[in-house]
Design a protein around this ligand. Structure first.
Ligand code: CTP
Length: 408
């Protein structure tokens, strides 16, 4: 597997329609898997006449889908789920019939139905006899698909199954993979950048068995780190104690416990960071003295814990920030949200602050969703609807990229 390929970790739906070039789809699936993609094959019923689902499922490690439901169990295959799962939706080979169905929305099989449900970038690699390829109807359908945003991976000229020569051979699998990689590379908007993310809670020790902490689970920060890595960045994720693990290989996780440890790790990474995103829920106070021994109850009716203020990591980095560095923070508020967020942004010298309010259902700690308003130092305000934390991470990085481009 190649972690250098832009296909690494991507979800690719490989739609196979019924043409002789379907035999090349086995090599194509193999190359996609080798590049690190997760591949889900959908075959039209006629594609199964040309290549067996067993071949494709063996190569991809996933059962092939070709019907709306499994005949013997009645298990329903959701075309919507498949469409949403995909980062890339590739139809190779795309026959004249499948192209026509895609162009006109004739959703009578799992492949076309999933195509109509997907939000992913779609590629088709046409393959057919050259007179079919040259027909006005095919040309019209390809034009329609192109105007619908579908990218056509042009068929090559050569000898065809009919032994006639002309344009109609499916592009070679390696060329199809290159086309996908080229597209994905153009999306690597953070290639060459170092992004620092803090995430999770901090634990401040009271004694060997107790700590002061908070309810942060780290989900938002980990989602931001994954999104930055998917955009090509090298990511340092300084994480407090959480039960998550980072998936993308470009994420270097530095595990810490206390605010002080988080400060040391964040400062070390900040020097070379282009972008820093402070999403950790740092404890504001720590016990003045952590006891080396377990504090005994000793029948006391009260126990007074003296606390000292923790360092403010965001503010420390804000004071050390040099030209060209972009620093973003979070503000989790319960009231007076707008004023509190903007005040924090200014006080800590942040370039941007992401505000979420505990008054919004589905926002805050532990949930898989969040609802944020982003304030930029220039005065811009962007309000977003309730979304998955992965989508919120994309909104945050889109906003950062736009701000950075404006600053340049
Ligand atoms: N932050 C930090 N270090 C701290 C406290 C906060 O880096 N010791 C960062 C958080 O990661 C976040 C931003 O500062 O990006 C705002 O955090 P928040 O807890 O809302 O701010 P506080 O300054 O602690 O304000 P409050 O009085 O609301 O707790």
């Amino acid at each position: 597997m190649s972690i250098d390929s832009p296909l690494y970790g991507k979800h690719v739906v490989l739609g196979i329609s019924g043409g002789i070039a379907a035999y090349k789809s086995a090599v194509l699936a193999r190359l996609l898997v080798k590049a690190g993609a997760e591949v889900q094959v959908i075959m039209t019923p006629s594609a199964r006449e040309f290549i067996t689902p067993l071949t494709m499922s063996t190569l991809t490690g996933k059962p092939v889908i070709s019907e709306f439901f499994t005949a013997n169990t009645g298990e329903w295959h959701s075309h919507v789920d498949l469409g949403l799962w995909a980062d890339i939706f590739l139809v190779a080979p795309a026959t004249a019939c499948t192209l026509a169905k895609m162009a006109t929305g004739v959703a009578d099989n799992m492949l076309v139905t999933s195509y109509l449900s997907t939000r992913a970038k779609v590629f088709v690699a046409p393959a057919m006899d050259f007179d079919m390829m040259a027909h006005r109807s095919t040309a019209r359908n390809l034009r329609t698909l192109e105007s619908d945003g579908v990218s056509i991976i042009e068929a090559a000229e050569g000898e065809l199954a009919s032994h006639l020569c002309g344009k109609g051979r499916m592009a070679e699998p390696a060329d199809i993979v290159s086309a996908l990689e080229k597209y994905l590379a153009s999306e690597k908007t953070l290639a060459g950048k170092h992004v620092l993310v803090t995430a999770g809670p901090t634990y401040e020790r009271i004694d060997p068995v107790r700590f002061i902490g908070n309810f942060s689970t780290g989900k938002m920060g980990y989602a931001v780190a994954e999104e930055a890595a998917a955009r090509g960045a090298r990511v340092t994720l300084v994480s407090g104690p959480v039960s998550l693990s980072a998936v993308h290989p470009s994420i270097h996780v530095v595990l810490v416990e206390s605010a002080y440890e988080m400060l040391v790790a964040a400062r070390a990474a900040f020097d070379s960071a282009d972008i820093a995103i402070m999403s950790a829920a740092v404890a504001d106070y720590a016990p003045l003295h952590a006891s080396e021994h377990k504090i005994k109850r000793e029948h006391q009716s009260e126990c007074v814990l003296s606390l000292k203020a923790n360092p403010d990591i965001a503010a420390t980095l804000g004071a050390a920030k040099h030209a060209g560095q972009f620093l973003a923070g979070f503000a989790l508020e319960t009231d007076n949200e707008h004023a509190n967020a903007v005040e924090k942004m200014e006080r800590k010298h942040l370039d941007m602050i992401v505000m979420n309010s505990l008054r919004d259902e589905g926002a805050g700690f532990g949930t898989d969703t969040n609802k944020v308003t982003i304030y930029c130092a220039g005065g811009e305000k962007r309000e977003f609807s309730l979304k998955s934390k992965a989508e919120v991470a994309a909104d945050i990085l889109n906003t950062i990229e736009e701000c950075v481009a404006r600053q340049a």
